[in-house]
Design a protein around this ligand. Structure first.
Ligand code: AMP
Ligand code: MG
Length: 511
């Protein structure tokens, strides 16, 4: 790469690898993580995998722009693989360039660190480096390619193995390779995945299944939409991997997907993620079948998915509402009604749960008026009389359900604030950081990284990063489609309403 320049690094990931701040700020670091130099012991390789894309077998894919530098044994004794994304062509690049642009690299860097601090299993990001090269991209997919700054993220994970790494060998009938890759993922190296030697590969499916279910529960908890849950983007360790057109729910909408190429079928919409995770696990089980040859044991492994998911999701939902446990008889309807209300009112999911913690459902009179005001304040649609009535009715039920538990208001608040983040990487925040970085100012990338390090803390003075974008007098409905697009039009459009961030953008009224 022509002239590498460090944009940002994650001090926590660096520390895990045994690298000091001084190391990360050195010229050598920049050279290594721009792919210009190998450090001692690094043995770069790219992996071959296949995958189901949008429900169809796509054949061989592979690390088309990811290059593994090798596996490090870290000071804590654990193994972590370092992987560059965007460092150039590999044997699996097909006709593409193997490169990545600054905007997608910043999005991956910020989001993977934000997810980690939210407690969501994820690959991590050590660094993002500008390469000094330009990359040709047709950002709007409209036949007008432009030059964009190139960048490289260094990702870090115990393993980058995907479901597709198993699928490709099954598709090729290469059972030896399949056995080998299964054997690499035993419990000695990866706690939680179960004993997955060739002797019992259904244990690998079981381990991967519970880790995947757990990951998706977290996604649903924080309002994260992956956007491209193809089997080549599913980690065998249940880590969120491959940050592409992902997005964060603003108004609660289970049908929303940030992926414009999936706008029609909406296969990867928010509300469909648990089902798709299961579908993908079935493909993993199919891939492993030739080695196991016992359909029942795989079937059994798969059959626990819906139970595992439902149990974890119920507990999570109860915690989000400040209840000490989930009582199916009472709470299924309570939660169902709430989600319908939030969808109809187009309520900002993050703000709603966070601010629900500030109301006291144990107070004798309840605070129904405060609840309606809070809902109204955080909704993108006007609260018509019918919705207002539904909101009042719901809050009444919620108060009596809360009072049925011997609850302590402070304990409740803390319980809620531990699962309902105040700060998430709102779509427009990432875009603002990208805009500045493209002008050579990395300040907002650094500040966002820092804010998102403590997503559950109040962080006085930084409230502006917790705000939603207030969109025009006609509410967000017409504008929301733009949230699906990772393009400049989106920033210009939305930042016009970003009145809460003075000085960053001029305000353009929505007409
Ligand atoms: P994705 O949809 O990002 O998971 O990518 C699907 C496949 O395309 C993967 O095998 C990627 O490695 C490959 N790919 C995506 N972008 C590029 C690129 N710029 N150069 C080479 N391969 C790429
Ligand atoms: Mg991918």
């Amino acid at each position: 790469m022509k002239s590498p320049r460090l944009v940002a690094y994650s001090p926590e990931v660096a520390a895990e690898l045994g690298l000091s701040d001084q190391d990360c700020l050195s010229e050598d670091f920049c050279r290594v993580f721009a792919g210009n130099r190998l450090a001692a012991g690094m043995q770069p390789f790219a992996m071959c995998y296949g995958g189901h894309q949008f429900g169809h077998w796509a054949g061989q894919l592979g690390d088309g722009r990811a290059i593994n530098l090798g596996e490090a044994v870290c000071p804590d004794g654990r193994r972590r693989t370092l992987q560059l994304k965007g460092a150039g062509r590999t044997p699996y690049s097909r006709s593409a360039d193997g490169l990545a642009v600054l905007r997608s690299s910043i999005r991956e860097f910020l989001c993977s660190e934000a997810m980690h601090h939210l407690g969501v299993p994820t690959t991590r990001a050590l660094s993002v480096v500008l390469t000094g090269e330009t990359v040709v991209r047709d950002m709007f997919y409209d036949g007008n390619p432009q030059l964009e700054p190139g960048a490289i993220v260094c990702r870090v994970a115990p393993s980058f193995t995907r479901f597709g790494n198993f699928q490709i060998f099954t598709a090729r009938d290469d059972l030896d390779a399949l056995k080998k890759i299964g054997g690499l993922h035993d419990s000695q190296r990866f706690s939680g995945i179960g004993r997955a030697g060739a002797a019992d590969l259904s244990a690998l499916v079981r381990g991967s299944l519970s880790l995947t279910a757990e990951m998706v529960v977290h996604w649903q908890r924080v309002g994260f939409v992956h956007g491209v849950m193809n089997t080549d983007n599913m980690s065998i360790l249940g880590l969120t991997i491959d940050y592409g057109p992902y997005g964060w729910l603003e108004n609660y909408d289970p049908d929303w997907t940030p992926n414009t190429t999936d706008a029609q079928g909406r296969r990867y919409r928010f509300g469909n993620q648990p089902k798709i995770a299961y579908w993908n696990l079935v493909q993993l089980a199919n891939a492993i079948y030739p080695l196991v040859m016992r359909a029942e044991s795989l079937q059994q492994a798969l059959s626990v998915f819906s139970e595992t998911f439902a149990a974890e999701w119920s507990a999570t939902t109860a915690a989000k509402l400040g209840l000490s446990r989930f009582d199916p008889d009472k709470d299924e309807a309570l939660v169902g009604d709430l989600l319908q209300l939030l969808q109809a009112a187009e309520t900002d999911m993050t703000l709603f749960y966070r601010q629900l913690a500030d109301l006291d459902p144990y107070a004798p009179a309840g605070s129904a008026a405060d609840f309606v005001a809070m809902l109204e304040r955080n909704s993108y649609a006007p609260l018509a009389a019918e919705l207002r009535d539904r909101a009042l009715a719901w809050f009444g039920q919620y108060c009596s359900r809360s009072r049925s538990e011997a609850g302590d208001p402070e304990a409740r608040r803390q319980r809620m604030n531990a699962v309902n983040p105040k700060y998430v990487l709102r779509n427009y925040l990432a875009q603002l950081a990208i805009d500045q970085a493209e002008q050579g100012d990395f300040g907002l990338v650094a500040e966002l990284l820092d804010v998102l390090r403590n997503p559950y803390s109040e962080q006085p003075g930084r409230e502006r990063f917790a705000r939603s974008v207030r969109i025009g007098p006609n509410s967000g409905r017409d504008v929301r489609c733009c949230l699906a697009v990772l393009d400049r039009a989106f920033t210009v459009f939305c930042s016009g309403y970003c009145t809460e961030l003075p000085g960053w953008h001029t305000i353009v009224p929505f007409g």
